[in-house]
Design a protein around this ligand. Structure first.
Ligand SMILES: [Zn+2]
Length: 442
């Protein structure tokens, strides 16, 4: 039995081994942050978590509910990708260029196709299914300058009942003619889309200038006004990814003392602003970002693939919210597990180790906090939306050998197994993905 009607509501219970984070392990001992229930029960009603705890404690109340048993598999909250470009899906894994050349050679031609609504919808459908196959249930997503690409994405996400944030890409200079928008038209389109899509069901809107180079000051000023008019929409852009990009930004905005000030001067840095990369920020920029409540999307596979640099995770996490992100197609994988492993390597190269629990936090509760969705998703707290995934610890012969032991019982055992899943795992790990309690076909 997978679901049933109970008192007229859609009701389901899930029994198995549950692992989630309840606090930030960068700021508290892991024993106070990690929750592990080797035999737990998650009770879901109309997509919302109604009860969660040890099976023994809950069975009397919920024992009669239709229950799915996941045995010795491991159940995690749905993974959250804090920065990803859906139109770049067809050019993932393109050879041999750093950021600016990569944009010109591969990305811009790919994005140029998205004026075609049918094509945009086909890629949006593929993209969302690929996310779900990889266990990613929420993402902050970039589109293109074409409104068709935004509508296609939101409609595809709405149809799947996904919690997604996206917005129209804004670009009014330093791009091929076919990717240049008119700032006034683009701002008007953004305004209309905010009114159509922001807070519609599980969807939210992000004002999305690509980066400082491709938006004229006028365009940034116009969308800064929109942010003031709709303060609860998000701002989503790139910041300080690549040396050449930083240099050109300084030339284009000579009145600004640094890159962050470009966004600051237009009112675009606040607690619903998410900046991808932030690899080369000065201490002053980091301090101002922290004071303004801005958040960072850390994109390890992209940073390595494009040779952009090593993100200073440890420094950023002292006072800034950081979430993990794939940055496909500059990033080289849809898998958040692969992304966690690359984050681990970036930390290693800077002389510290990223624990499995910290990595998982960056892809679940920490990512939810980065996206200001911590009251809605990110762990198994009662009242949150029931997006979760089920991992097969024996998904490949190598994983079966590595995790031959039974389900872990102690936190140390969980840490050890989780780390091996993270390093060896990919989409094959994902046995099931549940959206609002319901299992989706992947
Ligand atoms: Zn990006």
């Amino acid at each position: 039995m997978t679901s049933s009607q109970l008192s007229g509501k859609h009701a389901i219970a899930i029994r198995g081994a549950f692992l989630d984070l309840v606090n930030d392990p960068f700021h508290a001992p892991e024993t106070e942050c990690v929750r592990y229930l080797p035999d737990g029960l998650l009770v879901v009603e109309d997509g919302i978590i109604r009860a969660f705890g040890a099976y023994q404690a809950l069975q009397e109340t919920y024992g009669q509910w239709p229950t799915v048993e996941y045995g010795d598999r491991l159940i995690l909250p749905g993974l959250i990708d804090c920065h990803i470009h859906y139109p770049q899906t067809p050019v993932i894994a393109s050879y041999g260029a750093q950021l600016m050349e990569w944009l010109d050679t591969y990305t811009f031609p790919a994005e140029g196709k998205f004026h075609d609504a049918e094509y945009a919808r086909a890629i949006a459908d593929f993209f969302l299914d690929e996310l779900l196959r990889n266990g990613t249930t929420t993402a902050l997503v970039l589109t293109t300058i074409f409104p068709e690409s935004v509508t296609a994405f939101f409609e595809a996400a709405e149809q799947r009942n996904l919690r997604m944030i996206a917005g129209q890409m804004l670009m009014s200079r330093y791009a091929p003619d076919f990717l240049i928008d008119d700032p006034h038209t683009a701002a008007a389109q953004t305004r209309e889309q905010i009114q159509t899509w922001h807070n519609k069901g599980r969807l939210r809107y992000a004002i999305t200038p690509r980066f400082a180079i491709t938006s004229t000051p006028e365009e940034l000023m116009l969308v800064g006004k929109l942010k003031a008019e709709f303060p609860d929409v998000y701002v989503h852009t790139h910041l300080s990814e690549n040396a050449q990009e930083i240099e050109l930004t300084a030339e284009l905005f000579p009145e600004c003392k640094d890159y962050l000030q470009v966004y600051e001067q237009f009112g675009l840095v606040g607690d619903r602003s998410i900046f991808a990369h932030c690899i080369h920020l000065s201490e002053s920029e980091l301090e101002r970002m922290a004071a303004a409540g801005g958040a960072i999307a850390f994109c390890p596979t992209s940073n390595l693939f494009l040779g952009s640099g090593l993100f200073p995770l440890e420094r950023a996490k002292t006072d800034i919210r950081v979430g993990l992100a794939t940055d496909v197609g500059g990033g080289s994988s849809f898998s958040m597990f692969y992304t966690m492993t690359e984050a681990y390597k970036i930390a290693q190269l800077q002389g510290y180790s990223l624990s499995a629990f910290r990595a998982l936090y960056l892809a679940t509760l920490g990512a939810a906090e980065t996206l200001d969705l911590q009251d809605t998703i990110g762990n198994f707290e009662v009242g949150k939306e029931a997006d979760f995934i089920v991992l097969d610890r024996h998904a490949t012969p190598l994983l079966a050998l590595r995790n031959a032991k039974p389900l872990p019982q102690t936190l140390a055992e969980v840490s050890e197994q989780l780390f091996s899943l993270m390093v060896l795992g990919d989409d094959r790990l994902i046995h099931a993905t549940h959206i609002a309690g319901q299992r989706v076909g992947i």
